[in-house]
Design a binder for this molecule. Sequence first.
Ligand code: GTP
Length: 596
Amino acid sequence: TEPSLIRNFSIIAHIDHGKSTLADRMLGLTGVVTEREMRAQYLDRMDIERERGITIKSQAVRMPWQVGEKAYALNMIDTPGHVDFTYEVSRSLAACEGAVLLVDASQGIEAQTLANLYLALEDDLTIIPVLNKIDLPGAMPEKHAEELASLIGCQPEDCLKVSGKTGEGVAALLDEIVRQVPPPTGDPAAPTRAMIFDSVYDTYRGVVTYVRVVDGSLTARQRLKMMSSATTHELLELGVISPEPTPTSGLGAGEVGYLITGVKDVRQSRVGDTVTSADKPAAEALAGYRDPMPMVYSGLYPIEGTDFPVLRDALDKLRLNDASLTYEPETSAALGSGFRCGFLGLLHLEIIRERLEREFDLALISTAPNVEYHVVTEDGTELDVHNPSEFPDGKLKEVLEPVVAATILTPSDFVGPVMELCQDRRGTMKNMQYLSADRVELHYTLPLAEIVYDFFDQLKSRTRGYASLDYHLDGLAPADLVKVDILLNGEQVDAFSAIVHKDAAYNYGTTMAQKLRKLIPRQQFEVPIQAAIGTRVIARENIRALRKDMLAKCYGGDITRKRKLLEKQKAGKKRMKAIGRVEVPQEAFIAALSSE
Ligand code: GTP
């Protein structure tokens, strides 16, 4: 297809504003998916996505669309909506010239509508404002068209009105995409340069790489070169997704498709890299992507110690299409060998963990998530701490924690409860403005550690689901933080150390000590459980000793009963970890680390 007949676009929206439904409708209208084949949310391929109803990985689909005499090829690049996945959004947008900004006509503009719009504007994309769900009785398209128009600087009449559910207005939207989105620029005659914007590992086919050709072209059966590693590969298959992978003989400038090279090592097809021709390589690579920064860290440990290499291999594979996932081996006295992993947020952590368990058959323990701290000791040494057990003991000159700039949109009725919540979480208000008489935009600086856990849930429950949140990292700030250690019979249990605000230390210590007292079985001797900051004990519980006559009772009577008891103890011991003299069943660690 020649560039003038190609349109590359994304749909961007706040979560649940109907992006996937609209995408499905477009697939149906363009005939890419027939009524019979249509299953809900065709583009959400991964099981987890379908179950949770959210889009995680981006997908690129090609759709034919006729306007007048001309047959166009529309490449729709789907983007995820959750705040954890902003990085994937910006990656997808870099492969497009236009974006459909979709807003639920019953809800109006939300925090991620703004965040995604800004990302699209950074990439100089043409924005098509669209109000969705106009079939809803509560839809107020006129009112929200005005808000949307004043946000992006157009006329309210320029906002299209559609329903992804009924299909109303969707054909007109496709026409408008052809009319408004510029065709891709790029030099078809220049040496080939294609940007890798996604890469997935497929058990049957090896690594499948998604590319957007910027200059030149790719032809089936040519030799390719990956510019960052200078490795060359035979091209085995080239194609487009429409909606299943369909081989083609070539991809021209501006086109989006996939390629398979038979590469087995996932690290050789890195997202953000430039693909060129091995015979006539381009001189310079395309500007790559900025690597996203992990926000939360957690230790992942296989329950079966022998699964460690499987876990490493699985992380290598997931990392291929998720540059935001970082991991380094670490050892814990309590949990054995595992990895310290960095994630974009808690949802990201949960999804990676679930994929590891489902796709790679791993059973895992994850330690309590924490953010990264910057510590300056008395003698001026500076260090970054990703794991509470690395937090230095003794006096510290300064502890810095990451803070975020948060934007919260809420109906004005809930301003009070929102401010209260932010105050509880050590937030500082920057400013507040009314978007309209009944909608308020609040700006806060908040410690990242305070918002990664249940902040979003709390915000939703205090505003009956009406408030929305977006945030980005905004540097470091000093804070009064301490490390709380948990000691079992005087031995520190590394997996339970936590870095918490001074005011929350006592609460963390007592809760953990009480939890463990209930989870750890009695031993032959009394076992103290202590929570301590340095050498200062802040909480204590005792596990009482087993009564001496437990076995004695069996004497003189039933000998088989005694043997059974001993065998059972032996089997149980297999899954015990010794912390000093104390035997702790693995279940106790799992239960204590699970957030109830
Ligand atoms: P993420 O992929 O998680 O970002 O969500 P999404 O934006 O793709 O939303 P999705 O398409 O999953 O739709 C969210 C909800 O809105 C679903 O319950 C849809 O059935 C509903 N919905 C989507 N479009 C329409 C519409 O035009 N009208 C009505 N009435 N409901 C819609």
